[in-house]
Design a protein. Structure first.
Length: 46
């Protein structure tokens, strides 16, 4: 999926992590997320 800029990518990842956490909470589970991406040799973490 094309992403226009770094901020849009960050928002998309943040939205996904929130959705995962909310779904886990609804099922009385926990979600421990260590999200990262490697882009052009640079590693990003959330």
């Amino acid at each position: 999926m094309p992403i226009d800029d770094d901020d849009a990518f960050d928002r998309r990842v943040d939205d996904l992590l929130v959705a995962i956490a909310l779904t886990a909470e609804q099922h009385r589970c926990t979600s421990e997320t260590e999200a990262w991406a490697e882009v052009a040799g640079e590693r990003w973490r959330w």
